[in-house]
Design a protein around this ligand. Structure first.
Ligand SMILES: Nc1ncnc2c1ncn2[C@@H]1O[C@H](COP(=O)(O)OP(=O)(O)O)[C@@H](O)[C@H]1O
Ligand SMILES: N[C@@H](CC(=O)OP(=O)(O)O)C(=O)O
Length: 533
């Protein structure tokens, strides 16, 4: 099939239409078009079914979103007209690859899906990322000569070397990285500082080692695999170290590399989660904690895959955090919007940004349990049957700050809210929930979006009743435009008791558990929000 496409592009700025023959590449479901020749113009991804029409495409160009034309050209050459045979991406979190035994189990799981031709994304083994960060903190103050004695460095070495040994692999696959890691820690000790940039480079050792070990193990047992560092295959990000955003240029570059290599010599790609490369600095960046989920959905969208699988240590997305309330149960279906809200409000199970590429590519995300693969898990799609849904899940977010602004000067005035929010903007503080009256505004400060739908009335009334019966004073309620969330703000000291009470009311029997008498401290201290999704 030819993949050269005629598009009449309409400039979003001038409104002028201009004919443009934009040669592009296609993946199995998408095609990418580069708008303009300047590097600052963005890639646009459209559904492949549109790609063979001559049609007007109106697009908005985002400032600051960049793409390299060189990559686009190379990508075009490799993908022209060809659908990728890769079909799913499977991401395994730290808990799924925490030991040699777990790695063997995950390898067996992948082999059992061999007809899928998967791309594998891995996080660092177990709690390695936390240990690397602690080692970095210790290096800042321990002195160069004591770096070898840092306890976390010892634990990291021990875990990885033991794993390599138990899997029957050659330790040379990680020994260079372990030496480099120690050198880096000595550098930190010498400088007596740990910048955000260095922090990202430091934690990257976790994913770099886990993927090398896993690929080597698959090859050893006769399953052809190829290891990739995400920062070397086109994961191009902003330079916001520790919390970088993926840039549009990533999609064609990653698709080109993974698809092209597969076509030349098919081997299961094993990709480092969580990592990218800053587009200006070219340094290693990270996508925020838990960012491997986002790596997986980005690959899913780039290649237009059939499904994105995120394998965890729980039976899917649950009705609440099982660490707070063990009776939490799996939620079988969620929409992208609901899952994103859950994640924004702090449900640790998914990375807050990870739903965006899946939603844009309309690719189902399945959250599964690598310890219990038979469990159906949670399927996240664009739409689901909402006819019986009242409440989906409860998230508790601690230590948010609530600010009450009271001024009689607001009465009958205009522009007051605008002034307040411009101050937050100047300070770079994102506002979470807002409630207003004629003379006051209450805001909670943290990132999120909120909703309203018919059922919200029922859900919020019932939630209020549950909390009132249990003596909890709701300080603020907020529902916003995204239609999938209500937030109730209560005192920190009462928050953990609210979750079982709400869970029992909405997901269990009719009888409600009584909360213990809780002292209300009204001292304006940070309060948590309970988000009811
Ligand atoms: N609503 C929720 N549903 C499922 N898990 C949750 C929820 N809220 C918090 N969690 C926690 O998230 C953990 C899974 O996420 P994460 O640690 O990122 O997994 P992984 O490292 O395997 O990717 C679970 O073990 C659970 O403790
Ligand atoms: N290892 C990184 C990235 C990640 O996604 O981890 P996990 O999948 O284990 O949450 C972290 O701990 O943040």
């Amino acid at each position: 099939m030819a993949a050269s496409i005629q598009f009449a592009l309409q400039s979003p700025i001038t409104g002028n239409k201009r004919n443009s023959t934009t040669s592009i590449g296609v993946s199995s479901r998408f095609c990418y078009i580069k708008l303009g020749t300047e590097p600052s113009m963005r890639w646009v991804c459209v559904k492949r079914k549109c790609s063979y029409d001559r049609r007007i495409l109106t697009v908005s160009c985002q400032k600051g979103v960049t793409s390299s034309s060189k990559e686009g050209e190379a990508w075009k050459q490799s993908l022209d007209g060809e659908a990728t045979p890769l079909s799913v991406v499977m991401k395994f979190g730290g808990s799924s690859v925490a030991s040699a035994e777990r790695i063997k189990e995950v390898a067996d799981l992948i082999i059992s899906f061999s007809e899928e031709r998967p791309v594998i994304v891995l996080s660092a083994m177990g709690k390695t990322t936390n240990k690397l960060l602690l080692a970095g903190e210790q290096a800042v103050c321990c002195g160069v000569s004591n770096v070898s004695e840092i306890s976390e460095l010892g634990l990291i070495k021990e875990l990885h070397l033991k794993t390599v040994l138990e899997l029957g692999l050659d330790k040379s696959i990680i020994s260079v990285l372990l030496d480099e890691l120690e050198q880096l820690l000595k550098g930190i000790a010498m400088m007596k500082e740990l910048t955000l940039r260095t922090r990202d480079y430091l934690v990257s050792f976790g994913e770099c080692m886990s993927t090398r070990i896993f690929a080597a193990y698959l090859n050893k047992i006769g399953v052809k695999a190829r290891q990739y560092d995400a920062f070397d295959i086109g994961f191009i990000t902003t330079d916001d170290f520790t919390n970088a955003d993926i840039l549009e240029a990533t999609y064609p570059a990653v698709a080109k590399k993974l698809h092209g290599d597969w076509i030349k010599d098919s081997a299961i790609p094993i990709v480092t989660g969580f990592l990218g490369k800053g587009w200006k600095t070219c340094a290693v960046t990270t996508l925020g904690r838990g960012g491997s989920d986002l790596t997986a959905t980005t690959i899913g969208k780039a290649l237009g895959l059939r499904e994105i699988q995120v394998w965890k240590d729980v039976d899917g997305v649950l009705t609440c955090d099982p660490n707070i309330y063990p009776k939490a149960r799996p939620v079988p279906h969620l929409t992208f919007e609901e899952a994103a809200e859950l994640a924004y409000f702090g449900a640790q199970v998914l990375h807050p940004q990870s739903m965006r590429p899946a939603r844009e590519g309309d690719i189902p995300v399945r959250v599964k349990n690598s310890y219990n693969p038979q469990a159906p898990g949670t399927v996240i799609t664009k739409e689901r049957d909402m006819s019986k849904a009242v409440l989906t899940s409860i998230v508790l977010k601690s230590n948010i700050t609530m600010l009450d602004i009271v001024s009689t000067r607001m009465l009958g005035q205009y522009g007051f809210l605008a002034k307040v929010f411009s101050i937050f903007e100047d300070l770079g503080i994102s506002v979470d929930c807002v409630a207003t009256s004629e003379v006051s505004i209450s805001v909670t400060l943290d990132p999120s979006k909120l909703w309203s739908r018919e059922l919200i009335q029922q859900a919020s009334t019932e939630a209020f009743n549950v909390l009132r019966k249990n003596g909890v004073n709701v300080q603020m309620i907020s529902q916003g435009a995204s239609k999938v969330n209500i937030s109730l703000i209560v005192q920190d000291s009462e928050a953990k008791q609210c979750v079982p009470a709400l869970h029992a009311a909405f997901f269990e029997s009719d009888s409600l558990p009584e909360l213990e008498e809780a002292g209300f401290s009204d001292n304006g201290a940070p309060v948590p929000s309970i988000s009811l999704l």
